[in-house]
Structure formats: C-alpha cells, structure tokens
Design a protein around this ligand. Structure first.
Ligand code: PMP
Length: 412
C-alpha cells in the first residue's frame, strides 16, 4: 500500500467527479484530487474510453508510435515555450532528465532552485522543504538533503535561493552566472503556500539567465494546463527555454514530459544527450494525453469557467473562516489554492519564510482530521495546495463549506 499523509487512515474504494468513497462507505468531497491531474474530475469518461481503446490496440511496444507525434504536437500547439518534446513516466524523472539535458547543453553543472519548490525526489533536487521551514535556524540558502539515505554531496551542485527575492537573485548571478547551467522553478510556487511570482520576478530570471547563457526551466508539473491553457508561461507571459509537464496533461495516468527549444531538444534525437525509460511515452499514457489535450483545446471558455469555480470556492471558504473569526491564509491562482490556518498574520506577503512562520501547522492538522470526519478531504500539510476541477460545482462547494464550518467549530 502507498504511504499516506493523513493521521486518520483513508482507504479509497471509488472516486468519481470530486468525490471519493472509502472502504467504510463514507463519501468525501476531495480538494486534493490526486495531487492535481484531474481537471475534469475523477473517472472522466473521455479519458477512460480512449485509454481502454488503446489497450485493445497494443499499449506498449518500446517503439515510436503515431501517438508520439499526435500528443507532442498538441503540447507544442498549446504551450508557448515547447517546440519539441520527450515523454517520461513521472515528474521526478522528467525533471532529472531536463536538468541532465541543461547540463549537457551548457557544459556547466550548477543548478539554481528556490526554497520550498518541489521538483521530485531525485538525488540532486530533493531538499528539506516546507516541513523543515518549521525548524528554526535554517537559512533559505542552506541546502539540506530532503530524506534519509540521500548522498549529501549530490547536492553540491545545487544552489537554493529565497523565492521572490530579487536582491538575492541578482547577487547570486553577479557571482555565479557564468557557471550556472540552469535555473529551475515552479513559476507559481504551488507546493508551498501557492505563492505567485512577484511582479517582474519571472522577467528578471529570464533576463539574467539569457545574459549568462544559463537555461531557464519552468517546472509546470502542477501549473501546466491548469493556471491557463498554456500554463504559467502563458499566464505571466514569460517563455522559458525548457518546460516540464505532467499531471493535468495525462488526466491521472503516469505520464510526464519535458520540452523546449529545438536547439536543445535536438541533442536527444541525435543521442548527444541522454534520456531513457522502457515505459516512457507508452501508448496508453499518450492516449490519455491526446484525450485530455483534445478536450482542453475543444473548450475555448474552459479557463474562464475554471476561474469562476476558483472564485466561488475562495469566496465560500473566506466566509467559513470569517464566520469563525479564524486567521487564515487563502491564496489562489485559478483552480490552484492554498488554505492554511495561521497563528498570526504574516509580516510580509509573497515570501515563503514569513508565511511558514505564521502558519499553525499542528492546528491545521487537527482541522484536517475533523474535516475528514465531516466529509471533506484535503492534505494535512497546511502549505500543500488544494486542487479544484470542473466537478466542484456550487452545490458541492456549499456542502463542503457546511462540513468545514462544523469542523472549525469542533476545533474550538
Ligand atoms: N514537480 C512538481 C512541481 C511537482 O508538484 C511534482 C509532484 N507533486 C513533481 C515535480 C514530481 O512529480 P512525480 O511525483 O510525478 O514524480
């Protein structure tokens, strides 16, 4: 069985729309939504039927397939910074591959990341994250291995800067720009607090990386096809050199991708850069990609619809917390949201350190347990994002608001 994050066990039997039914036959409104892939809710028939059909036609040959071009073509059409693409099986794998590609292209090894940003669990990027932000005395620039068993030296070529800190970034580039291979970031910090980029921050990263010959890599595993049709790069109008995608793109199937400018991606085609994986781009997963992206492309008003769902959810939640006079951090970009109980208002908005200082992690965890009992599921880590889908209708949100209100009252 997979690891569970929740204090009270939750074992699922069925998932449909935005509702999950557990083995004890309780039904819960889900705001975690499988960590984000299900933009159209669980068990979307278009994706399910496409994948079922692919199973009758051979779902894995280890050879190029017509679906590679079809799925890749759709991504390239929708995501501004992607001209060519490689498929992989998970976000972790796609990030590891994209960084290897960036190091191959530039011949440099240093990679810059930002505090609180998550890029999977591979050896050079897993750093102590939002949970250790609670440990006093660590500085944003301390790169601490994120798990037991990691080789500390593997992080020797990874630098970490505070998110949205213009001065820190400028200073770093003035000293290290010419030995930097890549800067990788979540263009909206989704994995810790849903903190959007400060105005001009993405532009600054674009300018500094271009000026010193480093590559700008957007990890759009969460934001891709979620915060806009073309992801955060479309929403904020800044084009990276390389992009990592997963989650919404595959509608819940294990598929990810990395892509970007032809000059860099070409090295993979000629075997001058390395990427491998028996199941990478397997035909069943690519059918899911084609089904999801065809559906997204066919609904021009989809992102206005999603924005409205997000706004409704935010309004309903703000009302619940205001009624109980609870200090809360609610941050939202489209259907991506963070809801965290606070001890006090944060000193400055837009910085992860101040937010993490203000969050009441243990109270939030107790709130999660009570909410789960009342029929609402969200992740117990206060800084983890909530995900909405087209299945989160007004009726569902009303029901969830009632349950959350009861949970808050019980929390005392
Ligand atoms: N990057 C980001 C931004 C993510 O949110 C995640 C997963 N939550 C990953 C990478 C890693 O993806 P996976 O879990 O599929 O390996």
């Amino acid at each position: 069985m997979r690891a569970t994050a929740v204090p009270v066990p939750l074992v699922v039997r069925r998932a449909h729309g935005c509702s999950i039914r557990d083995v004890e036959d309780s039904e819960l409104v889900d705001f975690n939504m499988g960590y984000g892939p299900h933009l159209f809710g669980y068990a979307d028939p278009d994706v399910a039927e496409a994948v079922a059909d692919q199973f009758t036609q051979g779902h894995m040959t280890g050879l190029p397939h017509a679906l590679d071009a079809e799925a890749g073509g759709l991504v390239a059409e929708l995501v501004p910074g992607v001209e060519q693409i490689r498929f992989a099986n998970s976000g972790t794998e796609a990030v590891a591959s994209v960084l290897r590609l960036a190091r191959t292209v530039t011949g440099r090894s240093l990679v810059v990341t930002f505090e609180g940003h998550y890029h999977g669990w591979s050896e050079t990027v897993l750093r102590a994250g939002k949970t250790t932000l609670q440990i006093a005395g660590t500085r944003p620039t301390d790169v601490v291995p994120g798990a037991p068993g990691m080789i500390p030296e593997a992080l020797a070529h990874t630098a970490q800067l505070p998110w949205n800190d213009t001065d820190a970034v400028r200073e770093f580039f003035a000293r290290n720009g010419d030995r930097t291979a890549a800067v990788i970031l979540e263009p909206v910090l989704a994995n810790a607090g849903v903190i959007p980029p400060a105005p001009g921050f993405l532009e600054l990263l674009r300018d500094l990386t271009s000026a010193c010959g480093a590559l700008l890599v957007f990890d759009e595993v969460i934001t891709g096809f979620r915060v806009a049709r073309g992801g955060a790069q479309e929403r904020y109008g800044v084009e990276p050199d390389l992009t990592v995608l997963s989650k919404v793109m595959g509608g819940g199937f294990p598929v990810a991708a990395f892509g970007g400018r032809k000059e860099a991606m070409r090295l993979l085609a000629t075997n001058e850069a390395h990427h491998a994986g028996v199941y990478a781009g397997n035909h069943a997963a690519l059918r899911a990609v084609v089904a999801m992206l065809t559906k997204i492309r066919a609904r021009p008003g989809l992102y206005d619809e999603l924005e409205a769902i997000g706004a409704d959810a935010e309004a309903a939640l703000r009302e619940v917390f205001a009624a109980e006079k609870r200090p809360v951090h609610i941050s939202r970009v489209g259907t991506l949201m963070c809801v965290a109980l606070l001890r006090k208002p944060p000193e400055r908005h837009g910085t992860l350190r101040d937010l993490a200082d203000a969050v009441d992690f243990s109270r939030h965890r107790r709130f999660q347990t009570l909410a789960q009992r009342e029929g609402v599921y969200f992740h117990p880590n206060a800084l983890e994002p909530w995900f909405l889908s087209t299945a989160h209708t007004g009726e569902v949100l009303d029901k969830a608001a009632g349950a959350l209100h009861r949970a808050l009252t019980e929390l005392g």
